[in-house]
Design a protein around this ligand. Structure first.
Ligand SMILES: [Zn+2]
Length: 65
C-alpha cells in the first residue's frame, strides 16, 4: 500500500481548512409582516415584495377532508 512520503505541516493543513467554514445567511425583515426572509425575494409568509402583494399564497389545507 502506498503511503504519504512526508507529513503535512500544521500550516499546510490550516491553510487548506481556511475555506471550510460556513457563514450564516443574511436575512432581512419583511416590511409588511416582519417575518425574516432572504433579501430581494418575495416574502414567503405574506407574498409581499416592495410594498405590493405580488403573489397570492395558497392557504394550507388539512390532509383530512
Ligand atoms: Zn411578509
Amino acid at each position: 500500500m502506498a503511503h504519504p512520503k512526508r507529513r503535512h505541516s500544521n500550516t499546510r493543513t490550516r491553510t487548506r481548512r481556511a475555506h471550510d467554514f460556513i457563514t450564516p445567511k443574511s436575512l432581512s425583515a419583511c416590511s409588511h409582516c416582519g417575518a425574516k426572509n432572504i433579501p430581494h425575494r418575495i416574502c414567503p409568509q405574506c407574498g409581499y415584495y416592495k410594498g405590493k402583494q405580488r403573489v397570492t399564497l395558497k392557504v394550507k389545507e388539512d390532509k383530512k377532508k
